[in-house]
Structure formats: C-alpha cells, structure tokens
Design a protein around this ligand. Sequence first.
Ligand code: HEM
Length: 195
Amino acid sequence: MAAGAYIYLLLTGLAFWSPWLFWVAVLLGGAPVSRMLHPWAGLIFFSAVWQMYVMWAPQMKQTDVDKAWWKAVRYYSTNQDDKMPPAGRYNAGQKFLFWGFFWGAVALLASGVVLWFPERIPWNLRFLRYISVIVHPAAALFTIGLFLIHIYMGVFAERGAFSSVIRGDVSLAFAKRYHPGWYDEIVRESSTPRK
Ligand code: HEM
C-alpha cells in the first residue's frame, strides 16, 4: 500500500512540478483528476508510513555498531564487506532509509496539507504557504533519492533481497552474508536450550 500510493504521488507530483512531465498527469486520467487524487493518496501513503513507524521504530534506534558502520561506509560502497562491522537485523544504511522516509513523509504531509487548502491559511500565517512551496518539492526530491537507492539495493545489489520481499523471510545464508550480527544472535538463541 505504501509503495503503490508513493509511486502514484511521485508520478502525479512530478507532473505538477515540471511542465516537461505534465504528460504523466494526462496519462493518469488528466490534470484535474490527478490534482484531486494526489492529496488523498498522500493521506493513504502517510497512514502506511505511520503503521511502519509503529511496527519498526523500536528496532531502528542507532547503536554503537551503527556508528562504526558509518565510519567504515567506504568499504561497504566498494564491496569489501569483510572490513565492515557485523550489521544487526537492520544495518545503519537501512535505518537511515527508514528515518529519512519517516521524516520526509512528515514534511510532505505538513506542507501538502497547506498546499491543499491555501485559502484557509490566515494572512498573518502566510509564511506557511511560502515555506510549504519550498519544503514540499524538496522533501519529495529527497525521498525520491532514497527511493531510487532502495530499489537499487533491493533489486540489483543484494542477491536474494527481492525474493525476500515476496516471501517475507530471508535464507540463513543471506542473513550470514549481509547481517552477520543478527545471524549470530539467531544461532545463539536457537542453540540455547529452552527452559
Ligand atoms: C503526504 C501527503 C501529501 C499531500 C497531502 C500532498 C499534497 C499536495 C498538494 C495539495 C500539492 C499542490 C498541487 C498544486 O500545485 O495545486 C502537491 C504538489 C506536489 N506534490 Fe504532494 N502531497 C503529498 C505527498 C507527496 C509525495 C509523497 C510526493 C512525491 C514523492 C509529492 C510530490 C509533490 C510534488 C513534486 C508537487 C509539486 C510541487 C510544486 O509544484 O512545487 N507529494 N502535493
């Protein structure tokens, strides 16, 4: 739901943003339809992001391993995984993506609501309109950057990542290769006899 609503928002938003992309709105049912549905899709998108926040925020706190991960990020980007500190269930990059999307969605919602009802904003609060006109497309471009990295990592960079999206789990080999800290935790737990 989050991905479907986001892609619709991205396409219609870019069509509003640049005359070069206006044809996208025409393909999606015309400009008035896109303009009417964009904010509603925004509410659906935000509620999906909120559900993810409730579900995952506790697991996305920064740890000392994450700080060490950022210091070593040049090895990550040059595929020298053996020089990386052992990542847990989520590595620091995944946590950055999560928080980037969360705060991006908050900024998009807040600025989007102002752009939705500009005539309701009192004159003495008009700075909200000026801020929103800048913040909304800036936050959209920021999340689009994250989204492109997310697709690249999920589909091309890590073998087995995309099928885990479909299946909802990962193989032990995948956990060991990309999240060795988490793998050790699972193995330790499963080898401890239950009381
Ligand atoms: C989260 C809730 C959201 C709401 C309530 C919302 C609402 C709006 C509204 C009312 C407009 C103004 C359209 C006009 O010019 O009349 C707009 C424009 C736009 N939206 Fe959203 N939107 C949301 C999320 C998103 C997302 C997720 C993206 C893309 C990733 C996005 C991208 C854009 C862009 C690029 C524009 C054009 C801005 C400009 O021309 O300066 N929006 N949005």
